[in-house]
Design a protein around this ligand. Structure first.
Ligand SMILES: NC(=[NH2+])NCCC[C@H](N)C(=O)O
Ligand SMILES: [Mn+2]
Ligand SMILES: [Mn+2]
Length: 295
């Protein structure tokens, strides 16, 4: 049975709106842990990740709250690496998407070649130079490829990079021009909404696992709640119309959870302050349970 390390990261300074830092606490309040227990999930470790005691980073990044993002990333990277070494499945509960840099730093320090499946309305592939917003949650996948000034090895000394050929985007529909150019020049696989409707989510997931998993010894799933249409998941800072239905998200998470190729996951960008009557939080809770119990 899969032993879980749940790493809770109440951090939201990488996003443009406050609120995602409240998501882990809110999901726990709604009964996440109790219901995981009821579903027979084995939570081996539950850890709260904060940046207190982490010295200011040596690298300077010209973006909003970069030093806090980096410090949190350093704390998270260490916890992720330790979880993998202990033979546990790391599940990171955010928080905003900037924390993926910490996750990926810890993972690339452990895996020889890591694949990444990124379910998101966005590509999060800007650099410090191309970011239109200055928000750190828009850059983690460029950092992970070694394309930004900030690199994963700034967060964790033994961290590596993620090869563009092992990155698969699902649900992307709001790309900035520099991101589009990078996706095209690197040949990064991107399943947009039209592909999902044409191939079906089962077809997309099968292809995603094949591509992300090529020659890889692990695949990380990064799930941004804004992949889902705002009609069903309004509580997020950067909603984008015409997204996944909740059923498509359920299907994706069930299939990915069942695949033994997935070796870690994170769930980000739920913002309780922007939610409508907890609609997004309740859906997130259900999706997380569905995923973790299918592992
Ligand atoms: N993880 C997210 N929700 N990212 C949104 C990014 C939006 C935009 N592309 C930016 O760079 O600011
Ligand atoms: Mn994102
Ligand atoms: Mn997004």
């Amino acid at each position: 049975m899969t032993k879980l390390s749940i790493l809770s990261v109440p951090f939201g300074l990488g996003a443009g709106h406050p609120g995602s830092e409240q998501a882990p606490g809110h999901l726990f309040q709604l009964g996440l842990l109790q219901s995981l227990q009821q579903h027979g999930c084995k939570v081996d470790e539950l850890k709260l990740i904060g940046s207190s005691g982490i010295p200011s980073p040596a690298i300077q990044v010209p973006m909003k709250h970069s030093s806090e993002v980096i410090k949190t990333g350093i704390a998270l990277a260490g916890a992720v690496k330790a979880a993998v070494s202990a033979g546990n499945f790391p599940f990171i509960l955010g928080g905003d998407h900037s924390l993926a840099m910490g996750t990926l730093a810890g993972l690339t320090a452990q895996y020889r070649r890591l694949g990444v499946i990124w379910i998101d309305a966005h590509a999060d592939m800007n650099t410090e130079l191309t970011s239109p917003s200055g928000n750190m949650h828009g850059i983690p996948l460029a950092v992970a490829q070694g394309r930004a000034q900030l690199s994963l090895s700034h967060l964790w000394p033994g961290a590596g990079t993620v090869a563009p050929g092992n990155i698969v985007l699902i649900g992307a529909r709001d790309l900035d021009s520099a991101e589009e150019a990078l996706i095209r020049s690197e040949g990064i696989t991107c399943f947009g909404m039209a592909d999902i409707r044409r191939m079906g989510m089962d077809g997309v997931v099968a292809e995603a696992l094949r591509i992300a998993g090529a020659a890889a010894d692990g695949i990380h799933l990064s799930f941004d709640i804004d992949s889902i249409d705002p009609s069903e998941a309004p509580g997020t800072g950067t909603p984008v119309q015409h997204g996944l239905t909740s059923d498509e998200a359920r299907q994706a998470l069930l299939l990915l959870g069942r695949s033994d190729q997935i070796t870690s996951a994170e769930f980000v960008e739920v913002n309780p302050l922007l939610d409508r009557a907890d609609q997004t939080a309740i859906l997130a809770l259900e999706l997380i349970e569905l995923f973790l119990k299918s592992l």
